[in-house]
Design a protein around this ligand. Structure first.
Ligand SMILES: C[S@@+](CC[C@H](N)C(=O)[O-])C[C@H]1O[C@@H](n2cnc3c(N)ncnc32)[C@H](O)[C@@H]1O
Length: 183
């Protein structure tokens, strides 16, 4: 994963945006078009979804849209020091509804610990899910974490339905802000 090649573009951009589990890339493609001076990077470990997303990248007119096939923990471990994200989107993460599988849910204390040093001061984390139990658990975990705080006052910055959002009957969204003093 050659992330270093993305550093110059990221450094020259207004904001650095990361979407984790970007799927087919619908959200980030639209976001990148609406924010041409933001550097937008989507990662997903699914080969087929990443291929579809990569085709969107090739067609994209502004050159600020990037997709990588990557596993999120490996990605964060290999992030170059100079790359810190201002906005992180997690849209419809795998819900893992069965009790014995809950440990696989991405938004957890361990994940928030791992993400904190990978974001800029005052970075925002945006989570949207149709899994009510996951949402409640994420709210609890974030509220208890010293590196992040729930920000109900913060607006959702951009709307573009994802594939999973289009199929969802309803969903919930939250915004969390990184707490600078924790780093
Ligand atoms: C339920 S889908 C949602 C996709 C898209 N965000 C949407 O709303 O349509 C979850 C996505 O997260 C990806 N994913 C799950 N675990 C991942 C991991 N550990 N690293 C990278 N991607 C992951 C899956 O491949 C899948 O594309």
């Amino acid at each position: 994963m050659d992330l270093a090649r993305l550093l110059p573009a990221a450094a020259q951009s207004t904001r650095r945006i990361l979407e984790i589990g970007s799927g087919h890339g619908h959200f980030l493609e639209a976001y990148a078009s609406a924010h041409p001076t933001d550097f937008c990077l989507g990662i997903d470990y699914c080969a087929e979804r990443s291929r579809r997303a990569a085709r969107k990248q090739q067609r994209h007119e502004h050159g600020n849209l990037h997709f990588l096939r990557a596993e999120v923990w490996e990605f964060l471990d290999s992030l170059p020091l100079g790359l810190r994200f201002d906005r992180v989107f997690i849209l419809f993460p795998d819900p893992w509804p069965k009790r014995r599988h809950r440990k696989y849910r991405l938004v957890s204390e361990r994940f928030l610990d791992r993400l904190a040093p990978c974001v800029a001061p005052d970075a925002a984390l945006y989570l949207r899910t149709d899994a009510a139990a996951y949402f409640a658990e994420a709210e609890e975990v974030i509220a208890a974490h010293v590196g992040w705080r729930l920000a109900p006052e913060a607006p959702w910055p951009f709307e573009q339905p994802t594939v999973f959002q289009s199929k969802a009957r309803s969903f919930q969204s939250l915004v969390a802000l990184s707490v600078n003093s924790a780093r």
